[in-house]
Design a protein around this ligand. Structure first.
Ligand SMILES: C[S@@+](CC[C@H](N)C(=O)[O-])C[C@H]1O[C@@H](n2cnc3c(N)ncnc32)[C@H](O)[C@@H]1O
Length: 211
């Protein structure tokens, strides 16, 4: 019988990622979110929390580069992009992207973000997930604690009208977090992308247009 690793390799999104040069199948979750909510519109300054191995960074870079060509008009436009990815794990380098090996819950990270961008961000992404221990309730609460830390960064560093994506796990306290996130955005959507595994309780909260 095939083991978990072998089954993962037979999975269609895994195969597609290999073929298209993405570092992880998670790329298709972000591409799906983009297709549905157009979160990268005019995004030049981008932060990706929990970024290893880097497929969301690859997707973010693709849209930032497209935006440089697409939005040369009188509205909000920059002639360059800046992307930072943060993870406790090391990320192999990606050209023009700054990666920091650090725990996003630590205070020092805020200074590093501020000093690199020296401006508010257009979009903040988080696919960060805790290491599951297998108890659904405990994992849900631990993940929400991480989400509250991420929301703190969103509150401080995201620009007016900016967008954010945060991964949570469904469970009893999900609505309380969603309500808190909703309070800082004009619109809040929750979405389970097609590439999310059916049995997974992960769900993405998408905040559109920060107030
Ligand atoms: C599902 S993976 C992210 C995959 C990534 N979006 C991609 O497409 O390559 C979740 C990541 O969150 C990171 N993570 C979890 N807690 C973290 C923390 N406190 N600080 C930084 N990274 C964290 C993990 O190390 C892990 O690499």
């Amino acid at each position: 019988m095939a083991n978990k690793r072998e089954l993962h390799k037979q999975e269609p999104f895994y195969k597609q990622a290999k073929k298209e040069g993405y570092r992880a199948r998670s790329a298709y979750k972000l591409l799906d979110i983009q297709k549905r909510f157009n979160i990268f519109k005019r995004a030049f300054y981008i932060l990706d929390l929990g970024c290893a191995p880097g497929s969301w960074l690859q997707v973010a870079k693709k849209f930032a580069e497209e935006n440089l060509e697409k939005y040369k008009d009188q509205f909000y436009y920059r002639d360059h992009y800046k992307i930072i990815g943060i993870d406790i794990k090391k990320v192999s380098p990606i050209e023009n992207i700054n990666t920091i090996k650090a725990d996003l819950t630590k205070l020092e990270i805020k200074e590093q973000i501020d000093s690199y961008f020296r401006a508010k961000l257009d979009i903040i992404l988080s696919d960060a997930s805790i290491k599951k221990i297998g108890n659904k309730f405990t994992d849900h609460i631990r993940q929400l604690n991480l989400c509250y830390n991420i929301l703190g960064i969103v509150k401080n560093n995201l620009k007016y009208k900016g967008n954010a994506v945060i991964k949570a796990f469904q469970g009893s306290d999900f609505d309380t977090f969603a309500k808190e996130m909703k309070s800082i955005f004009r619109f809040l959507k929750s979405y389970k992308p097609k590439a999310s595994k059916k049995k997974s309780n992960e769900i993405y909260l998408i905040g559109l247009q920060k107030k």
